[in-house]
Design a protein around this ligand. Structure first.
Ligand code: CU
Length: 190
């Protein structure tokens, strides 16, 4: 006996409550539309976040390329321009390894931003007895060093003896690789 027709008319207050719980179809349709709209908005929002994330990744990629691309390309640029860029700092030589060709005269653009107070005698040094290098670089300066690479291919140690522990400190050492002349002559003549 739950049929509505059999029931006595409900008091007005209860009828209103019933209507609130079972709203008519127009309201339901509106709610569906609102729900769909909200879902669309969420999808759009997600799409916007994805797009934004993509832009952030792209910007970071371009930024790192601009920041480090030059550093990564440096060996090629040095070969093309004939100038090797070397920085001395409390971290040692940057780059810590350079390639040169036996018998070739190379130009080193050697620079530092360090203040004299941090350096023994106010200089960084570049020492490699085997390669005939014994150079000094005053604080906060750039020096052009023209150096004729000895004709003895191999890998050589180079170090700074005037800061941060000097020769005894591993980070004050760099590496100079002297390549045989034939390899590069063949390449440039061809
Ligand atoms: Cu130094």
């Amino acid at each position: 006996m739950t049929d509505r027709a059999d029931q006595k008319p409900l008091p007005r207050r209860e009828r209103r409550e019933q209507e609130r719980e079972a709203p008519h179809e127009g309201v339901l349709a509106r709610r569906d539309a609102q729900r769909a709209e909200r879902a669309r908005a969420t999808r759009n929002d997600r799409r916007r976040k994805l797009a934004f994330g993509g832009i952030v990744v792209a910007v970071l990629a371009i930024g790192s390329y601009l920041a480090f691309g030059d550093f990564l390309r440096r060996p090629t640029d040095a070969a093309a321009s004939g100038v090797i860029d070397i920085q001395s700092s409390m971290a040692g030589f940057t780059p810590s390894e350079i390639d040169v060709t036996a018998g070739q005269t190379v130009t080193l653009k050697w620079w530092t931003q360090d203040a004299a107070v941090h350096l023994q005698g106010g200089v960084h040094t570049m020492v490699s007895p085997d390669l005939g290098l014994a150079e000094q670089l005053p604080a906060e300066s750039t020096k052009i060093v023209t150096w004729t690479v000895p004709n003895k291919p191999g890998t050589y140690d180079v170090w700074c003896e005037s800061c941060c522990g000097g020769k005894d400190a591993p980070q004050m050492h760099g590496k100079i690789v002297v390549k045989p002349a034939s390899a590069s002559v063949g390449a440039s003549v061809g």
